[in-house]
Design a protein around this ligand. Structure first.
Ligand SMILES: N[C@@H](CCC(=O)N[C@@H](CS)C(=O)NCC(=O)O)C(=O)O
Length: 223
């Protein structure tokens, strides 16, 4: 039996990834929420995960941490979580690893905060470079690899879509202008029933973190 430990849905971008994967593939799991303050390391989480962070999946009590490792472990048992074609699968792995290890400027400037819906502002050159790279990744996947199986990066929903799901919320919340292919993908992801379920739960949460909430002023206030 899977037990998934996640952070607050409003803020915890990492937690969304394995949660969405499990939901999309209708894999039964029990979820447990812990309060996270966006710190790098939280000793209180050490009993849940070796890295003292969420998300963490417990498989009959055995701990699996790091969102990409959780996804890989799930995909061993549910191979349909990666694209069927070998090259598409390799590309999906590259972009998932790229997301897991990169985009620091984008993450720092635009932390996930579902309660915000901001006017937006021009991005710094570093943040814009991250935005452009995400759009390039999405466009290449949709144009050269996607099958007719769906609106997702490789056609059918895969680990790569789960890895990029939090960026979709960032682009939406901070009103980031996107080229047409990226905008169409963003809109498809926003309409995903599990994304909507996560959003509905996130905006009902009452816990607030001033550090993330104050960014609303930097981005021109509510739209
Ligand atoms: N690279 C890790 C990042 C996990 C992470 O940073 N989690 C944050 C929440 S989104 C956390 O647990 N922080 C501890 C805290 O804020 O209490 C992963 O892929 O799972």
């Amino acid at each position: 039996m899977y037990e998934l430990h996640i952070g607050n849905k409003n803020y915890s971008s990492w937690s969304l990834r394995p949660w969405l994967l499990l939901k999309h593939f209708a894999i039964p799991f029990t979820e447990h929420m812990v309060s996270v303050a966006g710190r790098d390391y939280n000793p209180a989480l050490k009993p849940l995960a070796g890295n003292a962070r969420v998300p963490c999946l417990h498989d009959d009590g055995f701990q699996i941490w790091e969102s990409l490792a959780i996804a890989e472990t799930l995909a061993e048992r549910h191979p349909q979580m990666w694209p069927a074609d070998a090259r598409a699968r390799a590309r999906a792995r590259s972009i998932s690893a790229e997301m897991h290890s990169g985009f620091t400027h984008l993450r720092t400037a635009m932390p996930m905060n579902l309660k915000l819906k901001l006017k937006g502002k021009p991005a710094s050159s570093e943040v814009q470079r991250d935005i452009d790279r995400v759009c390039e990744i999405w466009e290449e996947a949709r144009t050269h690899f996607a099958t007719a199986d769906g609106p997702w990066l490789f056609g059918a929903f895969s680990v790569a879509d789960a890895m990029y799901a939090p960026v979709v919320w960032r682009f939406h919340v901070y009103n980031v202008p996107l080229p047409p292919v990226a905008a169409a993908y963003r809109d498809a992801m926003l309409a995903h029933p599990a994304m909507q379920e996560w959003y509905a739960a996130g905006i009902r949460e009452t816990e607030a973190h001033a550090h993330y909430d104050r960014l609303a002023d930097d981005y021109g206030g509510a739209r």
